[in-house]
Design a protein around this ligand. Structure first.
Ligand SMILES: NC(=O)c1ccc[n+]([C@@H]2O[C@H](COP(=O)([O-])OP(=O)(O)OC[C@H]3O[C@@H](n4cnc5c(N)ncnc54)[C@H](O)[C@@H]3O)[C@@H](O)[C@H]2O)c1
Length: 444
């Protein structure tokens, strides 16, 4: 890394320094696209339930995260009940159901008739009379599932990432706007935003705790992940749906599917402003076996903001390499280190360490969702979750092509990675696009 990247010229006036981060945002022309929480003023399309009234919950995507999210939803509110479940695989739905009965038996009210299997299961869950839906399938389905949920006036927990391509992001933005107008809650699975330590640390950063931000870096480095061996009776579609992570039309590639958390944290410290453009590298060095579909195993991305401010994402998934999940924020008056596996601290003019109460961020996001429904004060994280996901998609675009790409061009791209929701079928043979080659793969 070029040393000059870290030593950026401070063009700020003294008076601006005093008022900290907010004046930086104003001065640099960055537009705040969302605060941590937005409360819409629209008319509520669903009546606020009384404390004792049941809130019916439907789960769409009964895998690892879906099962966890459902148990957290039931934990969040004693009168929440799970009444419907949907998945494309019966075995996944049944194992999730058994697990949930063990953990939250008295709140499990899923009749046999309300267990839906197939690519249209999402709509059947939505139409089954639920108040809240939990969207926890692979991300390719999220824009269509979210749109259907908001169309049907459902409050939503929407796992990250929320799309795999720009047309999907635009769909999510439209759904988020509709939710705001209808007074429906959308809480995203960007769980780090619901962690007490992160809230306090980013809160200080955004209030000038490190002076003006000049740069930030995020690392998300890990090893190998799961793989499901192909069975003799599996069609190609079954194989890809069981191993969705390795097919970029379903997962968005690992930068979108997993490193998106780091993009979200970088976005948070930038006040949720969007960058001007990005540049990056990426490739497939270690995870080269055919069974790993068409995704990369490393990316490095530079995001450029107004006033020469830059953020950097370093991410890899390679076996036997050093793991790291952190964000460093470099300011004119100090630095912040956010160690997602450990403690966070600020050094410099006003040193600070988080000493507050720890919380379970996965539980808190559901506590906040259900409190918002009970209080009739909808929480809408829709725009923010879409923009954080778009940051990761932009990172994939620059990594795949080797070109500099502007935010404007990226978010307006019409490159659609998968089929339309109504086209999904077990006989579909959706072509796996060739592994991207920087310099040859074109941006579209
Ligand atoms: N916030 C977090 O920290 C966190 C942690 C884990 C996973 N996640 C997210 O949750 C999502 C799911 O991840 P997972 O680890 O649970 O994967 P998983 O494979 O365990 O679960 C996905 C489930 O969705 C089902 N499914 C696939 N397509 C479907 C469709 N069209 N309709 C209905 N069901 C469908 C699958 O059969 C499977 O049961 C991903 O987007 C992932 O990024 C977030």
């Amino acid at each position: 890394m070029d040393k000059n990247v870290w030593i950026m010229k401070d063009k700020t006036k003294k008076s601006d320094k005093a008022s900290g981060r907010r004046s930086f945002i104003k001065k640099s022309g960055i537009v705040l696209v969302g605060s941590s929480i937005t409360y819409p003023t629209g008319i509520l399309v669903t009546p606020t339930p009384a404390k004792t009234e049941q809130i019916k919950v439907g789960l769409i995507g009964c895998g690892g995260r879906g099962t966890g999210a459902a148990s957290q939803a039931l934990q969040a509110d004693p009168n929440a009940v799970l009444t419907a479940m949907g998945d494309i695989f019966e075995d996944r739905l049944e194992s999730s159901y058994s697990e949930l009965v063990k953990i939250k038996g008295s709140q499990m009210k899923v009749d046999k008739a309300n267990k839906f299997i197939g690519f249209d299961a999402y709509q059947k869950v939505i139409d089954s009379g639920v108040d809240v839906v939990l969207l926890t399938t692979p991300p390719a389905f999220r824009p269509a599932h979210l749109t259907a949920a908001i169309n049907a006036n459902k409050h939503t927990f929407c796992e990250k990432p929320v799309a795999v391509d720009a047309p999907g992001i635009r769909k999510v933005l439209a759904a988020a706007k509709m939710a705001k107008e209808k007074g429906l809650s959308i809480v995203s699975g960007f769980c780090y935003r619901h962690d007490n330590s992160n809230k306090a640390t980013f809160g200080r950063i955004l209030n000038g705790g490190v002076g003006e931000i000049k740069a930030a870096t995020a690392f998300r480095n890990g090893g190998e992940l799961w793989f499901k061996d192909r069975q003799p009776d599996w069609k190609e579609m079954t194989h890809q749906m069981r191993n969705w992570y390795y097919f970029n039309w379903l997962s968005g590639d690992f930068i979108v599917e997993q490193s998106v958390h780091s993009c979200d944290l970088l976005s948070w410290c930038m006040g949720d402003a969007v960058p001007i453009k990005a540049m990056g590298t990426g490739g497939r060095q270690v995870r080269v076996d055919k069974r790993y579909g068409n995704i990369y195993d490393h990316f490095t991305v530079e995001y450029q903001y107004p006033n020469d401010v830059k953020t950097y994402l370093f991410t890899r998934q390679q076996a036997n390499t050093q793991g790291r999940n952190s964000v460093d924020v470099f300011g004119t008056e100090g630095n912040a280190l956010i160690n997602l596996y450990g403690k966070s601290e600020i050094t410099g003019k006003e040193p600070w360490v988080f000493r507050g109460e720890k919380n379970d961020m996965f539980q808190t996001e559901h506590d906040e969702l259900f409190a918002s429904i009970r209080n009739g004060k909808p929480l809408n994280e829709g725009k923010r979750m879409a923009h954080s996901t778009m940051l990761a998609i932009l990172g994939r675009m620059v990594g795949y092509t080797g070109q500099e790409i502007s935010w404007e061009d990226a978010i307006n791209s019409n490159d659609t990675m998968g089929p339309k929701i109504e086209e999904y079928d077990w006989n579909l043979n959706w072509p796996m696009t060739p592994i991207a080659v920087p310099g040859k793969t074109k941006f579209s």
